[in-house]
Design a protein around this ligand. Structure first.
Ligand SMILES: Cc1cc2nc3c(=O)[nH]c(=O)nc-3n(C[C@H](O)[C@H](O)[C@H](O)COP(=O)(O)OP(=O)(O)OC[C@H]3O[C@@H](n4cnc5c(N)ncnc54)[C@H](O)[C@@H]3O)c2cc1C
Length: 566
């Protein structure tokens, strides 16, 4: 299911109020304690706002408009930007600014609902061409204005927070007008797309040529090509199509120092791959205006199946074997016992009861759901790939309906989050990755940290991106919201989980660094690594206008270390 969603909608994923069935709410209440019952509708009221139905622990957050200070963009800067993008494309009205204030993490949503402090850009600038983007950056550098590149605004790590650093003002550079398919080369299976093209639009444009990107993250409905490249995104079918950086053949980057184009050949030995400096640069080194993508023929056949394994350890061994034998299904997703239990609780009804009885009869004591999906040019190819994957593994098949149900519901997560937020629940996710030999330790450590920090809560985990050497883990935590400090409640839990990850895995497998992970970057890439990034930033962005506080916590101003490493 996809729907057209206005990307300036910030306090929730979709305009409609989310819905959770009564049996799911009842089950949740038994696990995490009292929760509200259909509290705030999401209406944004004036000061004072609207509270949820319940009081005490689990009270729904008051939904009120956040404070929006007046714009700090001065007349000269505004006139310079107007000159570049034309009348109507520099916006300082409240709704435009609020609509690009922050991303879509749980904390971002709380801030948009009046909790904590929301950083609001002083203006929104909408360039219409890659050349205009370069000129906007030059004008901003000249007028001491920070620039936050804004794609779909789905960042969950503070990547689009409107921080101004040491600048006089900050603008959100919204790439929505860069929405064209620039070129298609079907012989080479390449397509050049502008950065502001959303994922559904990319697929729509490419479908006319029988092609697809195959990139389907859960944020598919809102996120953009430029955002995917800027964050090294990974989609649900990453096992079949690769991570987004695997799809990037070339990039066009606008920087305050001029334009930089990279990637003119399928492979190259011309020194280090500088393109990889741009992929994952999170708007801190430049603004991606075009991406040349490796595209695939649209699959004509797809098959999804639901399977169950007994216990996480068994499931993990199965996925590792599939990855190391290179027979992973295009979509491979293993849920742990807790996540499987939550899926069954959400489904509810007699089917769940019958399923539990069936699994008991098959001797499955600790069911872990494994969803597998195969894509191919025809049914025969799908059948062959399926045989290769399943050969030699003891999986209990639950059949196609369960796999299909997962496929249909694969964009439901953020809608369910909307619904949970309405009833006063703290619900957030985090992700990491590690080598197979450390994956269990990592899972235990993160799970323990979240349980300790949140108290009575549900912590569930799945593995959905597997490699020969390891895999990513994705955690979801659900607890009754602390009405006294809902933002702090999650920040404490997130910090505890981040500490637990350190030394075992990466601080981020696909959500990127943003603001949230910046304090942990040095531990991952080393002090020298930070110096290299800072040096590149000084070359491309000498006055430091680009995305302050993201990727490099200090904006790259930290003095370089002595040559001997001191
Ligand atoms: C509900 C939900 C589910 C998600 N699921 C997934 C998932 O399955 N897989 C996954 O990988 N991620 C996921 N994410 C995270 C997020 O969607 C990705 O990081 C995505 O790549 C961001 O794309 P965007 O267009 O929304 O970028 P934005 O959020 O607008 O920006 C992200 C970062 O990139 C920068 N940026 C954006 N566009 C450009 C550009 N053209 N040039 C330079 N810098 C730019 C921004 O400044 C920011 O630092 C999810 C997020 C949510 C809210």
């Amino acid at each position: 299911m996809t729907e057209r969603i206005d990307h300036t909608l910030r306090a929730r994923w979709t305009p409609g109020a989310g819905h959770l069935p009564p049996h799911a709410l009842k089950w949740l209440g038994q696990r995490i304690g009292p929760i509200g019952t259909g509290a705030g509708t999401g209406d944004r009221t004036g000061a004072g706002g609207k509270t949820g139905a319940e009081t005490g622990t689990g009270e729904a957050t008051p939904v009120r408009l956040p404070a929006v200070p007046g714009s700090a963009l001065d007349d000269d800067a505004r006139a310079a930007l107007d000159d570049v993008v034309g009348p109507g494309f520099v916006r300082v009205d409240r709704d435009s600014r609020l609509g690009r204030a922050g991303g879509l993490s749980y904390v971002d949503l709380l801030r948009q609902r009046g909790e904590g402090v929301l950083a609001v850009p002083d203006a929104v600038v909408l360039p219409g061409t890659p050349e205009q983007v370069v000129d906007v950056l030059k004008a901003c550098a000249e007028h001491d204005v920070a620039v936050v590149p804004f794609g779909g605004g789905t960042s969950v790590v503070g990547g689009v927070n409107a921080l101004r650093g040491d600048k006089a003002a900050v603008v959100a550079l919204d790439l929505a007008r860069l929405d064209r398919l620039v070129d298609v080369d079907p012989v080479s299976r390449l397509a050049v797309l502008q950065a502001g093209v959303t994922a559904p639009r990319a697929d729509h444009l490419l479908a006319a040529h029988g092609l697809t990107t195959g990139h389907v993250p859960q944020s598919y409905e809102r996120a953009t090509i430029g955002g995917f490249a800027a964050t090294r995104s990974a989609g649900q079918a990453s096992s079949g199509y690769g991570r987004f950086e695997d799809l990037v053949e070339g990039v066009r980057l606008a920087t305050p120092a001029g334009e930089w184009r990279l990637g003119g050949a399928p492979a190259s030995a011309a020194g280090p791959d500088l393109k990889q400096l741009v992929v994952g640069s999170e708007g801190a080194l430049g603004v991606i205006t075009e991406v040349a993508l490796r595209v695939r023929p649209r699959p004509r056949a797809e098959r999804y199946g639901g399977f169950v394994v007994d216990g996480w350890e068994h499931g993990q061994r199965v996925v590792r074997a599939l990855a190391q034998d290179r027979v992973l299904a295009d979509v491979t997703r293993l849920s742990d016992v807790e996540e499987t239990e939550v899926s069954l609780a959400l489904a509810g009804g007699w089917k769940t009861t019958a399923l539990k009885a069936y699994l008991g009869a098959r001797g499955v004591a600790r069911p872990c759901l494994l969803v597998l999906g195969w894509h191919g040019r025809d049914e025969a190819e799908v059948a062959r790939k399926r045989r290769d994957t399943l050969r030699g593994h003891r999986l209990v098949s639950l059949g196609r309906p369960l796999g299909e149900a997962w496929r249909r519901g694969r964009f439901h997560g953020p809608r369910q989050r909307d619904a949970l937020m309405e009833v006063g629940v703290c619900v957030e996710t985090l992700e990491t990755a590690a080598h197979w030999s450390r994956l269990d330790d990592l899972r235990t450590a993160v799970r323990g940290a979240l349980l300790d920090a949140l108290g009575r809560c549900v912590v569930m985990c799945h593995l959905s991106h597997a490699y020969e050497t390891g895999a990513s883990l994705y955690f979801t935590a659900i607890a009754a919201r602390d009405p006294r400090d809902p933002v702090g409640q999650w920040q404490v839990a997130k910090a505890a989980a981040s500490e637990a990850i350190a030394g075992l895995g990466t601080i981020t497998h696909h959500h990127a660094v943003g603001v949230d992970h910046a304090p942990y970057l040095e531990a991952e890439v080393g002090a020298l690594g930070l110096d290299v990034l800072a040096a590149v930033k000084r070359t491309l962005d000498p006055t430091g206008v680009l995305n302050p506080g993201k990727l490099l916590a200090d904006g790259g101003t930290r003095p370089g270390r002595a040559a001997d490493g001191r």
